[in-house]
Design a protein around this ligand. Structure first.
Ligand SMILES: [Fe+2]
Ligand SMILES: [Fe+2]
Length: 292
C-alpha cells in the first residue's frame, strides 16, 4: 500500500507492506524455492531496509503507554465510518492504485491468499474468515494515521520492553524507558495477569479486535489481536504476563502465522469468483455493517 503523498518524515516506508516483507527476512519461508529467495533479495534493496529501520525507530520512540490510551479514546468511539465488511475491504484497497503490480499485491489479494491457503488445509470456516479479515484494521492508514501507529511488530506497553523485540535499541528514546512506573519487568501489571489486562502498542491488530470482539470465537479474536506480537508468538518473551488461556490460544496464533507470511500463490486468487463464498461466510458471523 502506497502513501498517497509520500511524507517521508512521518511515513518512512515506501509502502506499509514493506514491513510485512521485512518479516520474511527475519523469519524466512523454510519452503521457499531458490528463485523465490532470489526475487526476495532483489526486492529488499538498501533503500527499503533503511525505510523499515526508520519506521521502527519512530514506532519504538512514540508507542508509549499514554499514546495507546489516547488512541483508544480516539478510535474506540467507532465514529469514523460505518461500512459492510466487503465495503471495508474495498476501502482498504483504495490506496493501491499506484503500486507496482509486479511486486505488490493489493490488500485484497493478501487477504484472499491467506484465507484460501487456510481453506485448502481444511480448517474450520471461522479460521478461513479470520484469514480473510485479519488486516482490515489497516484502514487506520486511510484515517490519516502514520505507518508506525498502524503496522509493525506489537509489544506490551506499561512494563519493560523486551530485547527480543526487533531493533530494541530504538526504545532508548521512548519516554517510558525512563518512567519508573514502566521500567520493571512487570511494570503496571501482575505476574501472569493475562494479556487481556495488558495494553499492547497501538495498531491494526488491536483496532480490528475491538471491532470484532462480540462476533467471533476466541481463537479468531486472539489471531486478530496478536498476529503481529512476534516477540511472544515467535520469541516467547512475554510468557510472564500470560495466563493459561493465553498459552492455549497462542497455539492458534502460531498456526496462523505461516498463512500470513508464506501464502503467496503463483496465480493470484480470482476475487470475483470467490466473492459469493466470502459474502456467505461474512454474513454467517458478522452483522450487515460494522462501525469503524
Ligand atoms: Fe497484520
Ligand atoms: Fe497479514
Amino acid at each position: 500500500m502506497k502513501n498517497s503523498s509520500k511524507a517521508t518524515d512521518k511515513n518512512p516506508m515506501d509502502q506499509v507492506d514493506d514491513w510485512e516483507n521485512s518479516l520474511l527476512e527475519r523469519y524466512p519461508d523454510p519452503d521457499a524455492t531458490a528463485k523465490e529467495k532470489e526475487e526476495f533479495r532483489n526486492y529488499v534493496d538498501s533503500e527499503r531496509v533503511e525505510g523499515v529501520k526508520e519506521f521502527y525507530r519512530l514506532n519504538h520512540t512514540f508507542q508509549t503507554y499514554d499514546f495507546v490510551c489516547e488512541k483508544e479514546k480516539e478510535f474506540l468511539k467507532f465514529d469514523k465510518k460505518e461500512m459492510s465488511l466487503w465495503g471495508a475491504v474495498e476501502y482498504l484497497n483504495t490506496l493501491v492504485d499506484d503500486s507496482d503490480p509486479d511486486i505488490d499485491l493489493d490488500q485484497l489479494q493478501h487477504l484472499l491468499q491467506t484465507s484460501e491457503a487456510i481453506k485448502q488445509d481444511g480448517h474450520p470456516d471461522w479460521f478461513v474468515l479470520t484469514g480473510f479479515i485479519h488486516d482490515i484494521g489497516k484502514v487506520l492508514c486511510l484515517f490519516g494515521e502514520p505507518q508506525w501507529a498502524v503496522v509493525g511488530d506489537t509489544f506490551p506497553v506499561g512494563c519493560s520492553f523486551s530485547d527480543k523485540i526487533v531493533y530494541p535499541e530504538f526504545f532508548k528514546d521512548n519516554p517510558d524507558s525512563t518512567d519508573e512506573r514502566f521500567t520493571s519487568k512487570y511494570g503496571v501489571y501482575e505476574p501472569n495477569c493475562g494479556l487481556d489486562n495488558v495494553k499492547m502498542s497501538w495498531g491494526h491488530d488491536e483496532y480490528l479486535y475491538q471491532i470484532m470482539k462480540n462476533h467471533l470465537p476466541d481463537p479468531a479474536l486472539y489471531i486478530i489481536r496478536y498476529h503481529s506480537f512476534y516477540a511472544q508468538h515467535k520469541e516467547g518473551a512475554y510468557a510472564h504476563l500470560m495466563n493459561e488461556k493465553d498459552h492455549e490460544m497462542f497455539e492458534w496464533v502460531k498456526k496462523f502465522n505461516p498463512y500470513d507470511l508464506y501464502s503467496k500463490a503463483p496465480t493470484p486468487p480470482d476475487a470475483q469468483a470467490l466473492k459469493p463464498y466470502y459474502q456467505d461466510l461474512v454474513s454467517k458471523y458478522l452483522p450487515e455493517t460494522l462501525k469503524f
